[in-house]
Ligand binder design. Structure first.
Ligand code: PLP
Length: 406
């Protein structure tokens, strides 16, 4: 049985070209980019060229690009670094975000709230996950001139694919003098990003979401934004993030981002076909499901489905995912950080889904490396698994229970 990988919102395969080009940076060229000798200067150049490439691709200046260990660190750096800067300046601050954010943002905000006592407000959304900008506006309006406001709203949602109107939000923040951070981990390499022109203050991306390596990310930090470093030590990354620079991963991130950005339109058309193939196969089998999230303003590679499995009242958190895995289809139950914890997705619950509905939901996510044939095969297997679970649950409900479960 050939396994089909449809969990590309969780992580993607490294692009072979990226790996080939980077190999000398793991072997022949190994100097510490902070050293002043020729070995160090060679790798320093690789690092700085990568920074320039990333800056161009994100619509920023090289001095505004900081390499990190990934999206989680880039988000932590932005949010906690800002909070520490406010505390140091003894300026009161509050944060406005959304309950649909990734845990890397939500947990950072929860920590800031606990540690600093920061007021934390959440923008309203509807049951498709569309943010209510009027609610954001009214929160922005109700502020005093002493208190700084940080707004943190993601570019696109990692579970639903919903694309948020980032330019409009940046515009509102500017109008009300608020700082604006966005988690663009799911959109980098897929949608155009113009950080400076949009007026975003902080923007996070992660290499492994666009066929780069795991363990490298970027924080775009607009010139002059107050931020304290989280890592102290050497003067790396212009005194903002101490630690020997991983020029090889910085190079791979830049290379992968460029490849993804250049082929973004072709990839999106290919993925649209995969998405339609998957959906139409399920429909042919008369599988009852609902597509979660926004119907049109969404990334095509993320497909979040709730199956009508309500009869299976006792279905445990990962039953559906494990049954699909056993049939050779790798999908997830939300974000990778949520799966494995046996908890239903916080995003689906925030949309008003019941625990049972959230447990009967999967996130299927495609990449340019998936073929229509394997996606059709995966849909066939999914239909079989869902039918089996449905018949198992109806048998279970029909049968009178003579003994309580031991
Ligand atoms: N933000 C979003 C929207 C994500 O989807 C992810 C990864 O799942 C992250 C942040 C965390 O990125 P990383 O895995 O690079 O730490």
């Amino acid at each position: 049985m050939k396994h089909v990988y449809l969990d590309n919102a969780s992580t993607t395969a490294l692009a072979p070209q990226v790996w080939e080009k980077a190999q000398p940076y793991f072997t022949t060229h190994f100097g510490n980019a902070a050293s002043i000798h020729a070995f160090g200067q060679f790798t320093k150049n690789i690092l700085e060229e990568s920074r320039e490439r990333v800056a161009t691709l994100l619509g920023a200046s090289p001095s505004e690009i900081f390499f990190t260990s990934g999206g989680t660190e880039a988000n932590n750096f932005a949010l906690k670094g800002f909070a520490f800067a406010m505390a140091q300046a003894k300026r009161p601050f509050r944060i406005i975000s959304s309950q649909l954010e990734h845990k890397a943002v939500l947990e950072s905000l929860a920590w800031i709230k606990k540690f600093f006592g920061t007021p934390l407000l959440f923008v309203e959304h509807d049951r498709r996950g569309t943010l209510n900008l009027e609610s954001l506006k009214s929160m922005l309006r109700h502020s005093d001139s002493q208190t700084a406001t940080l707004v943190s709203i993601m570019h696109a949602n990692n579970e639903l694919g919903n694309i948020n109107p980032i330019e409009d939000i940046a515009h509102l923040c500017k109008e009300y003098g608020a700082f604006f951070h966005t988690d663009a981990v799911q959109t980098a390499g897929k949608l155009p990003i113009h950080a400076k022109a949009w007026g975003v203050d902080m923007l996070a991306i992660s290499g492994h979401k666009f066929h780069g390596p795991k363990g490298v990310g970027v924080l775009y930090l607009r010139q002059g934004i107050p931020i304290e470093p989280l890592l102290h030590g050497g003067s790396h990354e212009r005194n903002r993030r101490a630690g020997t620079e991983n020029y090889a991963f910085a190079f791979m991130l830049a290379e992968a981002l460029q490849l993804a950005t250049e082929s973004a339109a072709d990839t999106a058309s290919h993925i649209q076909i995969l998405r339609e193939t998957f959906l139409s196969r399920l429909e042919q089998h008369r599988i009852d499901f609902e597509v979660n999230g926004h119907a049109t303003h969404a990334l095509p590679h993320i497909l979040n489905l709730t199956f009508a499995l309500d009869e299976a009242r006792k279905m445990a958190a990962d039953v559906l995912i494990l049954a699909l895995d056993a049939s050779g289809v790798a999908v997830s139950s939300g974000s990778a950080c949520t799966s494995g914890t046996e908890k239903p997705s916080h995003v689906l619950l925030a949309l008003g889904k019941s625990e049972q509905e959230a447990r009967a939901s999967v996130r299927v996510s495609f990449s340019k490396f998936n073929t229509a044939t394997e996606v059709a095969e995966a849909a066939e297997r999914t239909a079989t698994v869902v039918k089996r679970l449905l018949s198992a649950s109806s048998t279970a409900t029909d049968e009178p229970q003579s003994h309580p479960p031991s």
